[in-house]
Ligand binder design. Structure first.
Ligand SMILES: Nc1nc2c(c(=O)[nH]1)N[C@H]1C(S)=C(S)[C@@H](COP(=O)(O)O)O[C@H]1N2
Ligand SMILES: [Mo]
Length: 507
């Protein structure tokens, strides 16, 4: 019990001080983030594929279980003297200090949180331990000689102090969470208001989806948009605090404030974002009407040197992305420094106040959220976050398709069966989708109207099927004439391939 209360107090003290000096200074969160950054690529991939977007909850729960076990263990090991528990409290505290120090986005004040945590852990453990020993000694004395001091008093003191510390820790922890809350950033986001574009590129037309036949809606709502990032807690950055520095191989370094972006004529364009970790048939793909300013214009203002071939962008939490400069400067590509999705300011978890959006490139090489720094450099001089973790340095989105209906293992009436899904080849465009049943011959599917080469396209095909089990497959062909490969490949290093395949039953 002493061990558990001490560890709880240490965490609570860290949270409370982090509430004042910045949520990211929380030693618990810093250790969790360090764990994410140290996780090898294959394991991180396993975690996202197994737990999806709940992977962070799983990590935090796992940390909780480990901490509880360590707390109980060090309490049990300290039956005689307080030394083992004190050592554990010091080691845990030092881990917190090291994890917070390793963060590049925190000032020196940030260290106060893990230091408070370390002190609280050691002090609470030693104080409660002393009271517990006194009670145990009084107990033993009473057993030995009836004339001894009554143990009831020592027991009462220990229990009351423990309860007081536990309640205090609880209040401190929740207080810290409330202080660090989203309040001011949510307010900053509300203050931006609705974003109205001066120009809409490729407006979404009717007939762009076959939602009635089971495809997603053409535009994904902001709440349904898939989310992938390494951030254990969402970075909280107000428009006031945000700025973007563009430097490196440029003629003139520039720093943009939020108003510098907001006050320009904004452009809006639908773009389908895709994650490299999307398995065949997966859900890490969504489409939004992104609003912002052309990234090309911003880079031209800085004057990009001829030799610069990589843009290394960094988010406020230190995550980095490497993007080919020629793609960003290509007028036809439409790369955006985006501040909005579907006419709203970016949701905080999707990069508020500003992020990059580059059609045709997987998210990890293009879509930096909470972006605050852009350095013009070269491919051989800098490696972005995922590259040393086994992913390709350059990763254009592959031409792929997905079957949305029927669902795997579904049972549908025999006869006319409508198969429907999506296909994508951002920046190239979808020319054709074909389906086949039970390895039969490929037959063309009907395509929805094309909105943009940078978005997904929906397809459907009506089949005539006899009762029994069937397997349907699909394949897409893009506007360059390339047909998606049947070769099965995993997500690492540059995106999964293989025909999507759904097995179902007709009755
Ligand atoms: N700051 C930051 N930006 C990031 C990431 C990240 O981990 N941190 N992940 C990238 C990846 S892998 C993808 S697929 C997209 C996902 O963007 P979304 O969460 O808005 O869908 O964001 C990209 N931008
Ligand atoms: Mo991704």
């Amino acid at each position: 019990m002493v061990g558990v209360i001490a560890v709880g107090s240490a965490i609570a003290a860290g949270e409370l001080v982090a509430g004042f000096v910045g949520a990211d200074a929380s030693p618990l969160i810093a250790i969790g983030s360090a764990a994410i950054n140290l996780t090898p690529g294959w394991l991180k991939n396993f975690a996202t594929n197994t737990f999806g977007t709940a992977d962070k909850l799983v990590l935090l729960s796992g940390m909780g279980v480990v901490l509880l076990a360590v707390a109980i263990g060090s309490g049990l090991a300290s039956r005689r003297t307080a030394t083992p528990g004190t050592v554990v409290a010091l080691v845990l505290g030092a881990l917190g200090v090291a994890a917070v120090m390793a963060r590049s986005d925190l000032g020196q004040l940030g260290l106060l949180a893990p230091l408070a945590s370390l002190l609280a852990g050691v002090i609470v453990f030693r104080s409660l331990h002393r009271l517990a020993l006194r009670w145990a000694a009084a107990d033993a004395a009473e057993a030995g000689s009836p004339a001894g001091r009554p143990p009831a008093e020592d027991r009462r003191r220990f229990l009351i102090t423990s309860a007081g510390v536990a309640v205090g820790a609880g209040l401190a922890g929740f207080g810290g969470q409330a202080l660090a809350g989203t309040g001011d950033v949510e307010g900053s986001r509300n203050a931006v208001g609705r974003l109205v574009p001066a120009r809409t590129i490729s407006p979404v037309t009717a007939g762009a989806d076959f939602a009635a036949d089971g495809t997603p809606t053409f535009i994904t709502s902001n709440t349904d948009f898939y989310r992938i990032d390494t951030a254990l807690t969402v970075p909280m950055l107000s428009t006031q605090d945000w700025s973007l520095r563009i430097h490196g191989m440029v003629d003139r370094e520039i720093t943009l404030r939020y108003s510098d972006i907001r006050n320009r004529p904004l452009v809006e364009a639908p773009v389908t974002l895709t994650c490299v970790s999307d398995p065949v048939g997966g859900q890490y793909i969504s489409t939004s009407n992104f609003i912002g300013v052309p990234l090309r214009d911003v880079l031209m203002e800085a004057g990009v040197h001829e030799q610069a071939d990589q843009l290394l962008s960094t988010s406020v939490d230190g995550f980095t992305v490497g993007t080919p400069v020629d793609v960003l400067l290509d007028e036809n590509r439409g790369a955006l420094l985006a501040i909005g999705m579907n006419r709203e300011p970016l949701p905080i978890e999707h990069g508020f106040p500003a992020r990059m959006v580059v059609p045709g490139l997987y998210g990890y090489v293009s879509a930096t959220k909470w972006v605050t720094d852009m350095e013009l450099t070269t491919w051989d001089r800098a490696q972005a976050y995922w590259v040393p973790r086994g992913y390709a340095q350059q990763a254009p989105i592959k031409t792929e398709s997905r079957i949305d209906r029927p669902r795997p293992s579904a049972t549908v009436p025999a006869g006319r069966v409508v198969v429907a899904g999506i296909a994508w080849a951002q920046s190239k465009g979808i020319a054709k989708v074909e389906v086949r049943v039970d390895n039969g011959s490929w037959q063309p599917a009907q395509l929805s109207s094309e909105v943009s080469k940078n978005t997904w396209r929906m397809w459907r095909a009506a089949l005539d099927l006899r009762p029994g089990g069937h397997t349907v497959q699909a394949r897409a062909t893009d506007d360059t004439g390339y047909t998606q490969t049947a070769a099965v490949q995993g997500e690492i290093p540059d995106g999964a391939t293989g025909y999507p395949s759904v097995r179902f039953t007709c009755r």
